[in-house]
Design a protein around this ligand. Sequence first.
Ligand SMILES: [Fe+2]
Length: 287
Amino acid sequence: MAELQIAIAGDLHDQWDGSDHRLLAAIRPDALLLVGDFSEGGGRIPLLLRELELPLACVLGNHDAGRDASGDRLQRQLDRLGELHCGWGLRTLQPPGVAVVGGRPATAGGGHHLSRASRAVFGPVGMEESADRICRAALTADPSLPLVLLAHCGPSGLGSEAHAPCGRDWKRPACDWGDQDLALAVERIQRQRPLPLVVFGHMHHSLRRSQGERLTFLRDRRGTAYLNAACVPRHGRDPEGRELRHFSWIHLNDHGLQRASHRWYRPDGTLLYEQLLWQASEAPIPC
Ligand SMILES: [Fe+2]
């Protein structure tokens, strides 16, 4: 299999428009993954995403339910996204050849908690049931394709400090705010097939209360990499006033993850900044 390059858009928080589509046409990733929190339940971005010809998969976040406990706004997002949304399910992107399995939709992290909107749409799905759904979907994937888990919040177990990939930074004491159902699913999947990558967002890179920057990449002893893509705001400007667009960027092949970075592009496709997170020739960082 040729090496794939996959762009990952972290929490959009309404920052997605035609300039992002033109940028993607210029930089031409093989596929696009989106980790949710598109907006506060608006319908604009799901419709825009449907216009893209690029193979893509997404999962919704807690903000996508808006402030609507009835679940109607969340359901409307799901209806508009259709097969692009892979929460609790498998989406095979073929071409380019990657199996994407979604985590629990609309999670706000913190272990296992379903909001009122989530309960209205999905019912009272418990932790075991949620982990089973993720695991079952992963085990139906073609074993010859690399597997990526795509979630809004990452799994528990990546650290309890505020700066950990899923660490709670907005309130003391800092703690592990990852999802336990996703952690259970990861552990079960790893026993049965290779899992090169888990991507997620929700926990923004800039920590609250001037605590600095979050650790956004880890790799465990089984070779699974964990990438937090939530650079918020993802539309910005550099000190010279040049417009920037953020994507996390991975290279993936038959042997697993080869390279991971955060990239900031100009809207015309010029790569201005890259933060290298890991590449295959480097020693793995156990967590
Ligand atoms: Fe979120």
